[in-house]
Design a protein around this ligand. Sequence first.
Ligand SMILES: Nc1ncnc2c1ncn2[C@@H]1O[C@H](COP(=O)(O)OP(=O)(O)OP(=O)(O)O)[C@@H](O)[C@H]1O
Ligand SMILES: [Mg+2]
Length: 341
Amino acid sequence: MNDTVPTDVTASDASAEKALVTVENVRMHFRVGSPLAALVGGGASVVKAVDGIDFQLRQGESVGLLGESGCGKTTTGRLLLKLMEPTAGRIGFDNQNLADLSGAALSAFRRKAQLIFQNPFEALNPRFTIARALNEPIANAKVPIGERKELIIRAMELVRLSDPEQYLDRYPHQLSGGQLQRIVMARALILEPSFIVADEPVSMLDVSVRAGVLNVFRDVREKLGLTAIYISHDLALVRYVCQRTIVMYLGRIVEDGPTEEIVREPLHPYTKALVAAVPIPRPDQSHEPLPIGRGAPDARNPPSGCSFRDRCPLAHERCAIEMPAPTRVGERLVHCHIYDE
Ligand SMILES: Nc1ncnc2c1ncn2[C@@H]1O[C@H](COP(=O)(O)OP(=O)(O)OP(=O)(O)O)[C@@H](O)[C@H]1O
Ligand SMILES: [Mg+2]
């Protein structure tokens, strides 16, 4: 670890040129607790779902957002798509501030930035045929009727549904999970977006069809030069689709860098624990498992200083006082005092 160079860099510095998405000190705090709960002594509290994150996505880059349940992955994805407004901070897309978008500029953004839902069974209206489901976004975008069928067929071919016409009059319950997820992808791609957020797109699918769907996702991304965020709690999946990984813990980023480096030599103690827990076959490496226990983190009450310190076997005095700033280690940014002293 001698190549550690403490600096005051932020993740946003990682790739200044051709950034499509820029996230600067973004927070999303939810106020929870009802007046009724307050009556019985349970006052309102604040969930710090996202608590000061910085990163950039370069054009064409595919980045995994990795971390345990509740660490803020979905919230981050929804913020990037302007499905909610951050409590603080700034999100830029193609040199525009998302907060400023309205009218025609907002509609244009909605076409360019698409979400692939986690659960294909819920993403499609069960009473709509596949043709109607795929027609919806292009009708909303006022594509002339005469051009729609060609777009629908092309999108279905893109996600490798062979003989697409056969699906058009069917209903979601008549398709398999893998076929449905391809339809969901086709719908997200039909308006030729430049940015995709895929939130655990295979977690609801049978293991046997996951690889097929992931391959389609990889191919499409490369073919269309898409910038993509792939959200997952599964490092093996992230490794399969993303060159770069951002690891989150309790609403903050703990490590950001090339996926293969993270798998080969995780730096942050939390990443070490995640990597050790994943049975990725690497005969050339053996990771020391880090015992971090099972204490589920509580986003309403994060520890002072480093939010991981109450589970970190390497925590010391400074970790309780000071939140670690990002330190550059090679191509990585790591938020841990081990690397900035
Ligand atoms: N609308 C909301 N109101 C209040 N709390 C919320 C809301 N949305 C999310 N949260 C809380 O914010 C935290 C982060 O949630 P989020 O869904 O972003 O996590 P996640 O990393 O996507 O988890 P999972 O892997 O389970 O999908 C959690 O503690 C969650 O309960
Ligand atoms: Mg989620």
